[in-house]
Write a protein that binds this ligand. Structure first.
Ligand code: C5P
Length: 218
């Protein structure tokens, strides 16, 4: 039986990770935060001393061996650091890098790990490019100011000392780059349900998402 796919897209710190992980727990599906894949590539480039603008050299780092190590790399807390965010968004604009990560994501959808019956993926292009056939598509959004405040809290919890202005600037720059890149831009799929989390708590957001998803038969 084909696996059930729930696609959760949206801009940075909109709450899509909160929604996606809660849905995965609720339905006992596998969960993939695809932003971590691009963060991992940014991190690999940084470690190798390769500039994010150098598409060919960054793509060359994604050898079959590196891709095999990917699940372990995704668990590294340093991928979530502020400094990696901009690197991730820059490498994500290059078509060869998106192509190199495509099979990994499609395979996660077709064969969710641990024999789970379904997969929840969050990112920017899940409902449009990675899984246009997803049974459920959500687009999670919130105002830039609220997103910056949330991201700030997460960074502080990780012990990072960054100003709110720097976090807001990073979010706005990434939004602009992610929305305007020619290859797989951040886009709301026409059949996605939108949840604006600006005025919602995490629990209210999860409750809304569960309500939307539970109304869909899969
Ligand atoms: O989701 P997160 O903010 O961790 O993603 C980091 C960066 O990775 C984003 O700014 C975006 O440029 C890129 N990304 C992407 N496509 C995805 C997920 C993330 O381009 N599916």
């Amino acid at each position: 039986m084909p696996s059930v796919i729930i696609a959760v897209d949206g801009p940075a710190a909109s709450g899509k990770g909160t929604v996606a992980s809660a849905l995965a727990r609720h339905y006992d599906f596998a969960y993939l935060d695809t932003g971590l894949l691009y963060r991992a590539v940014g991190w690999l480039a940084q470690q190798a001393g390769v500039g994010a603008e150098n598409a060919a050299q960054v793509a060359a780092l994604l050898t079959p061996e590196a891709m095999e190590q990917m699940p372990q790399l995704l668990d590294q807390p340093q991928l979530r650091h502020h400094a990696i965010s901009a690197m991730a968004s820059q490498v994500a604009a290059h078509p060869p890098i998106r192509l190199a990560l495509l099979d990994y994501q499609k395979n996660f959808c077709a064969n969710p790990p641990q024999g789970k019956a379904g997969a929840v993926l969050d990112g920017r292009d899940i409902g449009t490019i990675i899984a246009p056939h997803a049974q459920v598509k959500l687009f999670i959004t919130a105002s830039p100011k609220v997103r910056a405040a949330r991201r700030m809290k997460q960074l502080q919890a990780m012990g990072e000392d960054v100003s709110e202005a720097a976090v807001l600037a990073d979010i706005l720059a990434r939004d602009e780059r992610d929305r305007t890149r020619p290859s797989a831009p951040l886009l709301q799929a026409p059949d996605a349900r939108v949840i604006d989390t600006t005025a919602l708590t995490a629990q209210e957001t999860i409750d809304q998402a569960l309500k939307v998803v539970s109304a869909i038969t899969f």
